[in-house]
Write a protein that binds this ligand. Sequence first.
Ligand code: GRF
Length: 225
Amino acid sequence: MSLKIAILASGSGSNAQAIIDKINSGSLDATVNLVFSNRPEARVLERAKKANIAHAVIDHNEYPDRIVFDRKIAKLIHDHDCDFVVLAGFMRILGKEFLQEFQGRIVNIHPALLPSFPGTHGINDALNYGSLITGVSVHFVEEKMDSGPLIIQGALPILPGESLEALSKRIHAVEHRIYPQALQWFAEGRINLIDKRHVVLKPGNKRILPLESLCLINPPLEQGF
Ligand code: GRF
């Protein structure tokens, strides 16, 4: 079942771009029906425009009442006939009502191996801590930030003396592969949340890619990602 996605993003939108690119190359069975941002200057809006995707912006500063802001977003999502919500660098906390409405249909990507280093500086926090391995996590969204059940993770060694910039680049490269892959699994109806914490990926028929030496991804990527 093709996904009708709403992407919520606040910044550069490189993950949004990766999703759009995988749709255009035919690997991801989805359409992006809406790109929403809370920041009028966010680059993700330009990317949507360039890709001819409907986009909308509501500056959160104009809505001190969080519930009203959330309801505005939910209305936009419905108006654009979206059935799946993808957070990609969306820097606002969404409230209970919104999350209940999209329960099981809202996911996020975080640039660290959750539950380590939640919050807004996951890459830097892992680096400063002196972690030897960090990574990326795609997870269902729950009320508590960066805490929902995990869908896919990619792990990367932190190289000796690696700069924040260099590590960020490698983290983003993993993000751009695992996020579209996770969405494709939803499109194929293969993601099963069996209890409050555990996601099971139903077997598919695509070729599984071999593990890469500088990156461990689980479940492994399949052909096309
Ligand atoms: C990514 O690192 C993602 O993990 C985090 O926010 C960043 C968004 O980057 N949640 P971009 O806007 O997709 O380039």
